[in-house]
Unconditional design. Structure first.
Length: 226
């Protein structure tokens, strides 16, 4: 069976739900940067991905393609439900439903709620409990955040897009695991000033100053009764 249509009429996530239990090949014409995508699917698992005949193996690129399909689903599609032949060289084993779900959640976060790509963050010096859902993310980013890192820095050192890095930094900041580097610097400066002030010896009053002050107070009181 061959299924034909356009994603202008049907969102890609809706299309995937319709074919997620099928085996076959999905063609998306000019769907990604003007290129035709070819997806080999086995019951919801993405087994191979091609763009104009060139295979995409890097998971970062695969996630970028998924995000693009969720946010800009405009393409004619063709699905052939012939089972993927076991002799083909298939490298991927990714749950396409999970990829699309994460891409959809990412797309729902407004741009103004994400940190700027160049804004640097550091690990919060005070102890914080790491939520289980962020444990993996925290372990990956923590070495970079010890010295300060931005989303652009994370994208250079780890297999994440800049937007994915901005989302991770947003989530870590929301639970108090990281703090903007500039804010931490101000906090540390203020703490240093407090310590310096506390260490300063009290300034003694000049000799006779207390007695003079007392006489002046008594004089004002006596004048107020006249």
């Amino acid at each position: 069976m061959t299924l034909l249509g356009t994603l202008e009429q049907s969102a890609f996530i809706d299309l995937f739900k319709f074919i997620q239990h099928q085996h076959g090949t999905l063609l998306l014409h000019q769907a990604y940067q003007g290129r035709t995508l070819e997806l080999y699917l086995e019951a919801g698992q993405l087994r191979a991905l091609y763009a104009d005949g060139f295979q995409i193996q890097e998971q970062l690129r695969v996630r970028e393609v998924a995000y693009h399909l969720v946010t800009q689903p405009v393409s004619a599609f063709e699905f052939d439900n012939r089972k993927v032949q076991p002799g083909e060289k298939l490298w991927l084993d990714l749950n396409l439903g999970e990829l699309l779900g994460k891409a959809a959640r990412s797309a729902q976060v407004p741009e103004d709620q994400l940190p700027e790509p160049q804004e640097k963050f550091m690990a919060e010096p005070l102890t914080r409990r790491v939520p289980e859902t962020l444990e993996g993310c925290w372990q990956q980013l923590r070495p970079l955040l010890r010295a300060g890192a931005s989303a652009a820095d994370v994208a250079q050192h780890l297999p994440y897009s800049e937007r994915e890095a901005r989302l991770m930094l947003r989530d870590l900041r929301a639970v108090g695991l990281i703090v903007p580097q500039r804010q931490l610097a101000v906090r540390q400066q203020f703490a240093a000033q407090l310590r310096a002030t506390a260490a300063e010896p009290p300034v003694p009053e000049p000799v006779g100053a207390h007695a003079s002050s007392l006489r002046a107070t008594l004089k004002r009181l006596s004048e107020s009764f006249h």
